[in-house]
Design a protein around this ligand. Structure first.
Ligand code: COA
Ligand code: AMP
Length: 635
């Protein structure tokens, strides 16, 4: 008699620990290779790469192979845009044709493997087609989120040095139409690097005026081209660069290696998210963020799922029942969003009256990430939807979850406040200042023992030294996540705060340093500090303290309005920078370090110890007074 053994999380994790090489080579069987890798891990002094000697193409794996296998009629993308009242279903066959033709157009214009292409597009299927067309050619895409302004786009143009930029004519934010063309033109004007050409996808809501000689219409590009095949690239070839916030105003260009990324994402779909090919999977994020790259585009398509592309907001498009309408209409099995989206819905429909009109029986689980999932939100969602609400933790750099509750292997008990346990590939440790592992339950810096698993960032674009300094130098032998927290005796991880100047606003990662750089550029400002204060909807909001130049006697309100507009204009509306106040001085240590943590405690009404090194304790009172003057806490 055959005995079937239950294989649970502990077994799978132990299997990886025992022999990572075998584990990842087995996972690699889920991918089609032009040339199979001879082994999984290739290590040198500074970096590790995965499946490096293979030859592969990501677009083939995400699109063509499903058509080849006879699944061309399966829906690849379900586009639902309440803001334009549009719905479209695109099958894998149709997607293949569109992508091959677009790639043909790009090739005609000279794009080859290794060229960079910036994509600045809203949540339309063409954004996915553009990403896949680049992948088809081995060109490295870099998607820039539509909520970033010209300056941020220019920084990325200068760093990635793209041969082409593909942009939409406009984005739609609720009932606002955002004209992308002036933002694009403005960015190209201020950037030192100029792309050879731009491809503009014209939307009906607002047509852009094209610049003769530089801009090409999306449809014209395709009309005059022939479809092209997938170009084989080596396993460590960069699939994309995704810029994310670091400590300074210079964003970090996270480089994603092709093969490892595919293997890790493909593995995660069945093992973590518990979805099978053909299932409908929906990540309500944006293609401009890592969640969009991994779980709107690549993972569901690599796994042969139907991915939902939603152009709208959880509330107001048209109401707080939109999510439930989509889940019902498309029979969504697995849903992924940031906790802030649920907080927005809960605020408008606390009793869940809008849930009851829909049939949500297809829904099996909800995954939350991007920021801390507060227990109130989890409890509310769990009560409303009656499915497991799974918190999971990862970062732009890692590309897929470091910690999760792996539903596809085994549903572990949920502990509120924890994204559960380390996934295979991730040896997660909590370290003290000396880099020594602390006891269970003790707070410290969260780090990952090297090597990082497949799919993790292997470097920062043209900035290996910065990569080392940002992630590998602090704790030799470990990757520094930038998060602090603890691990309990059952191995459950708790993420408590960032150890750097990164804040998380509505699930969007922002740098307070970048905002400070904009504020410091104002002619009346001598010194400033930005902290991330708590907000019941967005999790955190940036709040600026400004010290004016001596002798400046302009009205404070005028200066505040100017800096708020500067941040919106230079970083973008996504920074949500609306809170600022003028102070005479900033609290500092005797050595001149600004006491941001103390200011944060005051703002958030938390108890704090008077820092022993403070140069003048009376300043703290001034901080409290200034805070109340700027309308924080809001309401
Ligand atoms: N293009 C142009 N502008 C954009 C934009 C885009 N792609 N995305 C956001 N903005 C603008 C918004 O219109 C808003 O502008 P405003 O100041 O004029 O109102 C500003 O940037 C801030 O946007 P956001 O933080 O998204 O706030 P919001 O009030 O519009 O919506 C939520 C709040 C919670 C509903 C929204 O943030 C949300 O749905 N979050 C889901 C989480 C998510 O997708 N996270 C991604 C990682 S998983
Ligand atoms: P990003 O690179 O934009 O995905 O942001 C990554 C950061 O968001 C992490 O380093 C954490 O600070 C935070 N984060 C992401 N997921 C979680 C989570 N589940 N719990 C707590 N913080 C999270």
């Amino acid at each position: 008699m055959k005995v079937e053994y239950f294989v649970g999380y502990d077994d799978v994790y132990a299997k990886w620990q025992l022999n990572p090489e075998t584990f990842w080579m087995e996972a690699a069987e889920g991918i089609d290779w032009f040339k199979k890798p001879s082994r999984a891990l290739f290590e040198d002094e500074n970096t590790s790469s995965w499946f490096k000697d293979s030859s592969v193409n990501c677009c083939w794996n995400a699109v063509d192979r499903h058509v080849e296998a006879g699944n061309g009629d399966l829906t690849a993308i379900l586009y639902d845009s309440p803001v334009t009242l549009t719905k479209r279903a695109i099958s894998y066959s149709e997607l293949q044709k569109k992508v091959a033709l677009l790639a043909g157009g790009l090739r005609n214009k000279g794009i080859i493997a290794g060229d960079r292409v910036i994509i600045y597009m809203p949540m339309v299927p063409e954004a996915i087609e553009a990403m896949l067309a680049c992948a088809r050619l081995g060109a490295i895409h870099s998607v820039v989120f539509g909520g970033f302004a010209s300056n941020e786009l220019a920084t990325r143009i200068n760093d990635a040095k793209p041969k082409a930029i593909i942009a939409g004519s406009c984005g739609i934010e609720g009932n606002k139409v955002i004209d992308y063309k002036p933002l694009l033109d403005g960015a190209i004007e201020i950037s030192a690097h100029k792309p050879l050409f731009c491809v503009i996808h014209q939307r009906d809501q607002l047509k852009a005026t094209l610049l003769t000689g530089r801009d090409v219409d999306w449809d014209d590009l395709k009309t005059n081209s022939a479809p092209v095949d997938c170009v084989p690239v080596s396993g460590d070839h960069p699939l994309y660069i995704l810029y994310t916030s670091g400590t300074t105003g210079e964003p970090k260009g996270v480089v994603r290696p092709t093969a490892g990324h595919m293997v890790a994402l493909h593995w995660s779909m069945s093992n973590i998210f518990d979805v099978n090919p053909g299932d409908v999977y929906w990540a309500a994020s944006d293609v401009g963020w890592v969640v969009g790259h991994s779980y709107i585009v690549y993972a569901p398509l690599l796994n042969g799922n139907t991915t939902v592309l939603f152009e709208g907001k959880p509330v107001g498009t048209p109401d707080a029942g939109t999510f439930w309408r989509i889940m019902d209409e498309y029979k969504v099995k697995t849903f992924f969003t940031a906790p802030t989206a649920f907080r927005a819905i809960k605020r408008e429909d606390p009793l869940g009256n809008l849930v009851s009109g829909y049939d949500l029986t297809s829904l099996k689980a909800i995954f939350l990430a991007g920021e801390r999932a507060d227990p109130d939100t989890i409890n509310w969602a769990s009560k409303m939807l009656n499915v497991p609400i799974i918190d999971h933790w990862w970062q732009t750099e890692t590309g897929s979850p470091m910690a999760a509750n792996p539903l596809g292997i085994e549903q572990l008990p949920i502990k509120l406040g924890s994204p559960s346990v380390a996934m295979p590939g991730w040896n997660i440790q909590v370290l003290d200042d000396q880099g020594l592992a602390v006891e269970a339950g003790e707070l410290g810096a969260i780090a990952v023992k090297l090597p990082l698993p497949p799919g993790s960032a292997t470097t920062l674009w043209k900035a290996q030294e910065r990569y080392m300094k940002s992630y590998l130098d602090t704790f030799p032998g470990y990757y520094e996540t930038g998060d602090s927290g603890y691990i309990d005796i059952d191995g459950y991880i708790y993420i408590m705060a960032r150890t750097d100047d990164v804040i998380n606003v509505a699930g969007h990662r922002l740098s307070t340093g970048a905002i400070e750089e904009v504020l410091a550029g104002h002619p009346d400002i001598a010194e400033c500090a930005v902290i991330g204060v708590s907000d019941p909807l967005k999790g955190q909001l940036p709040l600026g303290f400004l010290c004016l130049n001596s002798g400046c006697n302009r009205k404070h309100n005028d200066i505040l309005a100017e800096v708020i507009s500067d941040v919106r204009g230079k970083i973008g509306p996504v920074a949500s920078f609306k809170l600022a106040c003028v102070v005479d001085r900033l609290p500092k240590t005797r050595s001149g370090k600004i006491l941001r943590a103390t200011m944060l405690s005051i703002a958030n009404g938390k108890e704090y110890k008077m820092p022993a090194t403070i140069d003048d304790p009376t300043i703290l009172k001034e901080i409290s007074v200034a805070l109340s003057s700027c309308g924080y806490p809001i309401g």
